[in-house]
Ligand binder design. Structure first.
Ligand SMILES: [Zn+2]
Length: 171
C-alpha cells in the first residue's frame, strides 16, 4: 500500500518508472516512495532445557505457536530488538547464541532474522502480541497444520517457523 500524497510536501503522488520499475514519485519535489521489506527479529529461545513458544494473538498466523518475534525499530540494532521482543512477548531476558538464518521472499513485505538464544533471567509469562506462552521439550513441538488457505505471508511465516525450530524437531 502506498500513500496517495507525498510525505514531504503533500502533493498527490504520480507513477514514475525508476530503475526499470514503476514507483510512486512526487511530481512537485521528486520524493520517491521506495518500498523495502521491514526487518523482523526472531528468538528461538532455550529455557530450562526446553523451547519457548508463544501463541500469536494477531495475524499473520494468529493462534499458531511461534518463537517470539517483532519489528526492528530505528534506534536499536537487530540483536537489541530481538532481546526486547523476547522480554515483551515471553517475559525472559535472553542472551543470543548465534544466527540461525535470514529469511525473505519476493512477495512478502518483511524479512526475518532468526537467532538461537537462551534465557538468562526474567519470568516466563505471555505479553504483548502473545496470548499464551509455553515450553516444549525437544521432539515434542505442537503439531500445526500448514495454512493452505492463508495469505502468502501466512504460508511463508509457517515455513520460517518450521525451519528456524528444525533443531527441536525429529530429524
Ligand atoms: Zn513532494
Amino acid at each position: 500500500m502506498t500513500a496517495a500524497f507525498c510525505s514531504q510536501c503533500a502533493t498527490p503522488m504520480a507513477a514514475a518508472t525508476l530503475g526499470g520499475k514503476e514507483r510512486p514519485q512526487c511530481p512537485a519535489c521528486g520524493f520517491v516512495a521506495w518500498r523495502n521489506p521491514a526487518p523482523v527479529g526472531m528468538a528461538v529461545i532455550e529455557h530450562e532445557g526446553q523451547l519457548v513458544m508463544i501463541r500469536r494473538s494477531a495475524a499473520p498466523l494468529a493462534d499458531y505457536w511461534a518463537p517470539p518475534a517483532g519489528y526492528v525499530e530505528c534506534g536499536e540494532s537487530v540483536p537489541a530488538a530481538v532481546r526486547r521482543e523476547a522480554r515483551e512477548e515471553c517475559g525472559l531476558d535472553i542472551e543470543l547464541d548465534g544466527l540461525i538464518g535470514v529469511y525473505s521472499q519476493a512477495d512478502v513485505d518483511v524479512l526475518i532474522v532468526a537467532y538461537r538464544a537462551r534465557s538468562i533471567g526474567g519470568t516466563l509469562r505471555a505479553g504483548d502480541d502473545a496470548s499464551d506462552v509455553r515450553l516444549f521439550a525437544a521432539q515434542q513441538l505442537p503439531p500445526q497444520a500448514s495454512p493452505v488457505d492463508g495469505s502468502a505471508t501466512d504460508r511463508w511465516l509457517y515455513g520460517v517457523i518450521q525451519e528456524a525450530t528444525a533443531g527441536w524437531r525429529p530429524a
